[in-house]
Write a protein that binds this ligand. Structure first.
Ligand SMILES: [Zn+2]
Length: 364
């Protein structure tokens, strides 16, 4: 540690040597500064007004100097003052430059901040799973608008105006459409089937598409009904497509979705846009077909509708290569919400749409 010596020799050479010694000492002390309090100690030790080293030099060197040497000593003491200030300022500058690193220091032992990430909604999960089963069979995906015209939702699907089949789909109409011709009036689509027509207008046969999406009907909400729900529709058109292709495709899809032991049952039904039409049931996945509460003791669960595309539907897209004498096809539709209810063992469809994270988090 540097202490200020008393001077006996006031010759310029001796003064220079004393100054050099002091600066060497200050230099090494300033290099040892590693934090703010070190630096304050250094500054006080050298520059404190009362007893700092510069003050001591003033007393021991300048005031003690004999009159003839005062000029030489005074010059050096003044130079020393500014030099010491410079060195001490520089030490503070080095500290400031090092500080950003200090503030960026990371304590990896601190507990982390948990950021909950989103997950697929169970209905979307079921939709995606259904779509992927058909993708694996070479189907592509089509989508269409949720607000549809009467033409696509009904007319082109062989629901003529005033046909009683329209009443089976409790339709929500958009207000203020009365001045338009019936086929142009807007409604919330009651099924994803209008996308069949939209797809056939765009793509010539052969086609194989699945159409997932949201649909709306004026149904009062209860455990198995919701005014908004989801369907996956399918359409395959080519030459020589038969009912056997339809049965094989759906049987495979149901086994892929619910397990290889599941059996399918086709029963005659009616849809305006397919002929013949069928309701498909799967053997109950809970009791294996023996009969339980879920299948109402019947052993079967009705799950989807299907059929061979009605030639009248092809007439609407005949100009795009769908000559009913040359092509044939099948279509099917299933409720994704209902499949999600069965797959995940949920007993109330309302739970899917109430947005309760405690419920939804179980499927993450
Ligand atoms: Zn059962």
């Amino acid at each position: 540690m540097y202490t200020v010596p008393k001077l006996d020799d006031y010759s310029p050479a001796a003064l220079d040597a004393a100054v050099r010694e002091l600066l060497v000492a200050l230099d090494s002390e300033s290099k040892a500064v590693s934090n703010e309090s070190d630096w304050k100690n250094l500054r006080d030790r050298w520059m404190a007004r009362k007893s700092g080293i510069l003050t001591q030099i003033n007393d021991l060197w300048l005031k003690a100097a004999p009159a003839p040497a005062k000029r030489e000593v005074g010059q050096r003491v003044n130079q020393l003052k500014s030099r010491v200030e410079q060195i001490i300022d520089a030490a503070q500058g080095r500290l400031k430059a090092a500080r950003p690193l200090e503030s960026q220091r990371l304590d990896i032992t601190l507990p982390g901040i948990r950021r909950p990430i989103g997950a697929e909604h169970p209905v979307i999960k079921a939709l995606n799973e259904i779509v992927s089963v058909f993708k694996a069979m070479g189907y592509s995906v089509s989508e269409g608008p949720e607000i549809e015209t009467d033409y696509y939702n009904f007319e082109a699907l062989n629901f003529p105006p005033n046909h009683p089949a329209r009443d089976t789909q409790d339709t929500l109409f958009i207000a203020g459409q009365q001045s338009k011709p019936l086929r142009d009036r807007l409604l919330l689509r009651t099924h994803t089937s209008p996308v069949q027509i939209r797809t056939m207008e765009k793509l010539a046969p052969p086609i194989r598409v699945v159409i997932p999406g949201k649909v709306h009907r004026n149904d009062a909400p209860d455990a198995s009904h919701s005014p908004m729900f989801h369907q996956v529709e399918g359409l395959a058109v080519d030459t020589n497509i038969t009912f056997c292709d339809l049965k094989g495709t759906l049987d495979h899809a149901m086994k892929a979705l619910f397990g290889s032991s599941v059996r399918t049952r086709f029963q005659p039904s009616f849809f305006p846009f397919t002929e013949p039409s069928a309701e498909v049931a799967i053997s109950c996945i809970f009791c294996g077909g023996k009969g339980c509460r879920t299948c109402k003791q019947g052993g079967w669960i009705e799950l989807l509708g299907c059929g061979m595309v009605d030639p009248n539907v092809f007439e609407f897209v005949r100009n795009n290569g769908y000559d009913p004498a040359k092509v044939s096809g099948f279509a099917f539709g299933m409720g994704a919400d209902r499949i999600a209810l069965l797959k995940y063992g949920v007993d109330d469809i309302q739970l899917f749409f109430q947005g309760d994270v405690r419920f939804l988090a179980q499927f993450a």
